[in-house]
Write a protein that binds this ligand. Structure first.
Ligand code: BEZ
Length: 226
């Protein structure tokens, strides 16, 4: 069976968490954007820095209307003990729940298994540094898949959410270009004709001249797009 990917519906699994007891994933998502991010194991260095970084960014995600759910396979008591280290390292509270997955049923169904990492004591699979951004429709909008050796960049997660939310608000008539940052010009989607673009983008747009003369690289102001 191919793994969970963009456009798939998040499986509505039951998971035990540090803050909310046992939850169903769809209930947790409700009608918000939600980030579910996995970590190989509790009490490991890169994971501690990532969990701390997420704790520091949690107010920013809350402002954007985004819920957070961490996941590591160890049990909830281990997570609670680990949170004390994370909070000491990050100098802020971990305000988001962390799910447990001792049977690995969640990481298997959410395509979060790292084929290269095994728990040294039990031989069980471990999660990769996977991250799914789920839309209010419970569908996967974007996924990151990093190996254990590479910690994630939370600025990139924020940037990805901003891009997704902007494109959705503009009904996918716009998209964000390479290295885009919040507030910078966006591109008009190829599905929008020149006539539609003139009507749709009140502040106008700029077409980049290119050798093909196909006029497909059109930039506009993000405010005029929504
Ligand atoms: C870490 O978080 O540093 C880590 C966890 C599992 C395997 C390798 C590194």
């Amino acid at each position: 069976m191919p793994g969970l990917t963009i456009g798939d519906t998040l499986p509505d699994l039951e998971v035990e968490t540090t803050l909310n007891g046992v939850i169903r994933l769809h209930d947790y998502v409700g009608d918000s954007y939600t980030i579910i991010f996995s970590h190989p194991a509790d009490f490991t260095p890169v994971c501690t820095t990532e969990m701390g970084a997420m704790a520091a960014y949690a107010p920013k995600f809350a402002e954007m209307g985004v819920k957070l759910l961490g996941l590591s396979c160890d049990d909830v008591q281990s997570h609670r003990d680990w949170i004390k280290d994370i909070e000491a390292y990050a100098a802020c509270k971990v305000t988001y729940p962390i799910a447990a997955d001792p049977d690995r049923k969640v990481i298997k169904q959410l395509n979060m298994v790292d084929p290269d990492e095994k728990d040294p004591s039990s031989g069980q699979p471990l999660p990769s540094r996977a991250l799914h951004i789920i839309g209010p429709d419970k569908k996967i909008k974007l996924s990151f898949l990093y190996p254990a050796s590479t910690g994630r960049n939370m600025d990139e997660v924020v940037r990805a959410v901003e891009s997704l939310q902007l494109a959705a608000k503009a009904k996918h008539k716009i998209a964000t270009p390479a290295n885009w940052k919040s507030g910078e010009p966006v591109v008009i989607s190829s599905s929008v004709s020149a006539q539609e673009a003139q009507q749709m983008f009140s502040q106008g747009y700029h077409t980049t001249p290119l050798p093909s003369t196909k006029n497909y690289l059109r930039f506009t102001n993000p405010q005029s797009a929504t």
